[in-house]
Ligand binder design. Structure first.
Ligand code: ADP
Length: 566
C-alpha cells in the first residue's frame, strides 16, 4: 500500500489524510467492498466521511437516509460503530433499519484517527415484516422500501463476521503503517531542521569569508586546500575556487623563498599549526601568484580542531609589499640621517677644536694686555674682549659636549667622590653670580644622601651649574634652592626658583638642542639653547631622568635622578 508522509505533521494534529494517499485508499476500499459484497466508507472520528462510499445500497442511500428520522438513526448507529476499539472489529445490527454493520478503528499509537466502516447486508433470519414496520415508523414509502430491501445483499452472520475480521486485520496494518509514517515524518522534520541550521551557518560563514579583505584559506593535514575566500583568489591572481580547492597550496604559492631557493614542504611554517598544534605568525616570507610573480606576505596559521583532534589549519594572509617598501625606505632614511648626523658631529668637533686653539691664544693675549695696559679707555675694550672670548669658549665647550653626546662618543668617568663636597663647590662657584642679582642661594641636603658615591663628579657639577645658572638667569628676586634627597636606589637633585616660569606647551621642547622659549629674553640673558639638551644627554647616559615642573610667572623646578652606585 502506497502512503504519503507529510513532514509538516505534528503529534497534536495527526490526520488520516496526511498519512495516506486517499486515491489509493479509495481503490483499496472499492475493491474490498466489491470482493466481499459489503458497503464501505472511511470516516474521521467525528463521523465525517474521508473516502467516498463504496457499494452503498439503495435502501440506505435513497430511502432510509432520505427521511429525517432514518438519517438520525443512521448517524446514531455510525457513532456507536465508530467508537475506538483497538482489540477487534465491532459488529452490530444497524440502529436504523437493522441491516448488519461492522467497523474497525485506525490508530496511530494511542491516537484514534479514523474508522473503516462496512455493512448494509441482511441475513436470512431478518424479519421482513418487522423491517416494513420500520419503514412506516420513519415515514418512508413502504413499496419502495420493500423493493430496495429485496436488492440488499444477503450474507450469513458467520460470513459477515469473517469479513469484519478481515477488515480489522487490514485496519491494524494501516495503523502500523500510519505509525511508521509519523515516525518517518518526524525524522524528515528533524533532518530538515538540522539541514536548515547547517545551511544558515554555512551562509554566515560564507558571508564572513566574502567580506574580509585579507586572504583566507583552509588546509587539511595533507596541505590540501579545503576552502578559500574571494580575497585569497584576488591576491593570488586565481579566477575560481576550483583553481585551489583540493590542491596542495604550498606547491602552488609557497614553493620558493625570496632568495630563489626551494622551500621544502616539510619546512613550511604554515604546517606547524597542524604538526605542532600551535598558532604561527610570519612576516618575512613571500607568496607566489598564479602568474609567477611574488609578493611579501604576512600570514597567520592556526590549527583547526574537530572533536579535539587537529584536522588542519586556517591561514590568513596579506600582501605587505607596500609596508615593506616603506619600512626599507625608513631604515635607509634613518641610516642616512645617522650618517649625516655623525658627519655633522665630527665636523663640529673638528671645527671647535680648530677654533679653540687660536681662541686660547687670544684669551692669553687679552689677559696679558689687561695686566700691563692700565689706560682706562683700553681697559674698557679689553674687558669687552675678555667677556666675549670667555662666552665663545663656553659655547665651544657646549658644542663639543653636544656633538660628543649625539655621536655617542661622550666618555664618563667612574670614580668615588664625596657628594656633599661636589654640591658645596658647585654652590660656591655660583655664589657671586647669585649675589649680583640679589638672590639667596640655598643648599638643602637630606641626611639620607650617602657621603660617597661612584660616578663622574665633573659632569654632575656641570649639570648642576647649568640648572643653577638658568635659575639665576631667569629669576629676579627671592631665592634659588638646590635640594638633594634620597629616593630608594636613586638620588634626586632639584633646583627650585621663583622666576619667570615656562609656558606649559614649551616644556618639552626646551630639552631639544638650540631651543629657547623666548628669543628676545635670550638676547637679554645670553645662552645658545644647548645647556638643557646636554644636561639631559648626560643624565640619561648616567642612567637617570630629568623632569621639569613650571608655572608661568611663578617659577620652575628642574629635578633629575641618578642611580646610587657605591
Ligand atoms: P640656554 O643656554 O639658552 O639657557 P638651555 O638649554 O639651558 O639654554 O635652556 C633652554 C631654554 O629653557 C632657555 O632659553 C629658557 O627659555 C628656558 N629655561 C631654562 N631654565 C629655565 C628656568 N629656570 N626658568 C625659565 N626658563 C628656563
Amino acid at each position: 500500500m502506497t502512503t504519503t508522509a507529510s513532514p509538516q505533521i505534528k503529534s497534536t494534529n495527526i490526520k488520516f489524510q496526511d498519512l495516506f494517499d486517499l486515491e489509493e485508499i479509495q481503490i483499496v476500499q472499492d475493491a474490498f467492498a466489491k470482493a466481499t459484497g459489503v458497503a464501505s466508507i472511511i470516516t474521521d472520528t467525528d463521523g465525517r466521511p474521508i473516502t467516498k462510499p463504496s457499494n452503498f445500497c439503495s435502501l440506505c442511500r435513497d430511502i432510509i437516509r432520505e427521511t429525517e428520522k432514518g438519517l438520525n438513526n443512521c448517524m446514531c448507529s455510525d457513532a456507536v460503530l465508530g467508537q475506538g476499539n483497538p482489540n477487534g472489529p465491532t459488529m452490530q445490527p444497524c440502529l436504523s433499519g437493522g441491516l448488519w454493520d461492522g467497523g474497525a478503528s485506525i490508530m496511530v499509537g494511542d491516537k484514534h484517527i479514523a474508522n473503516w466502516l462496512i455493512g448494509q447486508v441482511r441475513n436470512e433470519e431478518q424479519d421482513e415484516e418487522g423491517m416494513l414496520a420500520y419503514a412506516r415508523e420513519i415515514g418512508a414509502d413502504e413499496e419502495a422500501f420493500r423493493l430496495a430491501l429485496a436488492e440488499v445483499n444477503i450474507m450469513s452472520t458467520e460470513q459477515f463476521s469473517n469479513v469484519c475480521q478481515a477488515l480489522f486485520v487490514m485496519a491494524k496494518q494501516m495503523s502500523t503503517l500510519a505509525y511508521q509514517n509519523v515516525l518517518h515524518a518526524r525524522i524528515i522534520d528533524e533532518r530538515d531542521e538540522v539541514e536548515k541550521a547547517l545551511r544558515e551557518s554555512e551562509e554566515k560563514f560564507r558571508l564572513l569569508l566574502n567580506s574580509t579583505a585579507e586572504g583566507l584559506y583552509g588546509l587539511d593535514t595533507e596541505g590540501k586546500c579545503t576552502f578559500c575566500n574571494p580575497a585569497c583568489l584576488d591576491i593570488l591572481g586565481y579566477v575560481s575556487e576550483a583553481d585551489l580547492l583540493g590542491k596542495n597550496i604550498h606547491k602552488l604559492i609557497h614553493h620558493h623563498r625570496l632568495d630563489g631557493t626551494e622551500y621544502p614542504e616539510e619546512e613550511c611554517k604554515v604546517y606547524l599549526a597542524f604538526i605542532k598544534g600551535e598558532g604561527v605568525h610570519v612576516d618575512n616570507e613571500v607568496f607566489w601568484r598564479a602568474d609567477g610573480s611574488h609578493f611579501d606576505a604576512e600570514y597567520f596559521s592556526y590549527p583547526m580542531h574537530m572533536e579535539e583532534k587537529v584536522v588542519g589549519s586556517v591561514v590568513t594572509f596579506y600582501d605587505i609589499s607596500e609596508r615593506k617598501k616603506v619600512q626599507t625606505a625608513l631604515i635607509e632614511a634613518k641610516k642616512t640621517a645617522e650618517e649625516s648626523n655623525s658627519a655633522k658631529s665630527d665636523f663640529l668637533a673638528n671645527i671647535s677644536h680648530e677654533i679653540r686653539t687660536p681662541l686660547t691664544v687670544f684669551m692669553g693675549a687679552i689677559e696679558h694686555l689687561m695686566e700691563i695696559d692700565k689706560d682706562p679707555v683700553c681697559r674698557e675694550v679689553l674687558d669687552l674682549a675678555n667677556i666675549s672670548s670667555r662666552r665663545l669658549n663656553v659655547l665651544l665647550n657646549e658644542i663639543l659636549d653636544h656633538s660628543k653626546i649625539e655621536s655617542r662618543q661622550m666618555d664618563l668617568e667612574e670614580e668615588t667622590f664625596k657628594v656633599r663636597k661636589c654640591l658645596n663647590e658647585t654652590i660656591y662657584m655660583m655664589t657671586d653670580r647669585a649675589r649680583s642679582k640679589h638672590l639667596k642661594l640655598v643648599l638643602d641636603v637630606s641626611p639620607l644622601v650617602p657621603e660617597i658615591m661612584l660616578g663622574d663628579p665633573f659632569r654632575l657639577g656641570q649639570i648642576l651649574l647649568n640648572l643653577i645658572g638658568n635659575a639665576i638667569k631667569f629669576t629676579d628676586g627671592g631665592e634659588v634652592t638646590v635640594r638633594a634627597e634620597r629616593q630608594g636606589d636613586y638620588l634626586r637633585f632639584s633646583v627650585i626658583d621663583a622666576g619667570i616660569g615656562i609656558d606649559e606647551d614649551k616644556l618639552e621642547e626646551i630639552f631639544l638642542s638650540f631651543r629657547q622659549v623666548d628669543n628676545s629674553s635670550t638676547r637679554r640673558h645670553g645662552g645658545a639653547g644647548l645647556g638643557l639638551a646636554i644636561s639631559k644627554g648626560l643624565i640619561e647616559l648616567m642612567g637617570g631622568h630629568i623632569f621639569v615642573h613650571s608655572v608661568l610667572g611663578l617659577g620652575s623646578v628642574f629635578s633629575f635622578t641618578l642611580p646610587i652606585k657605591t
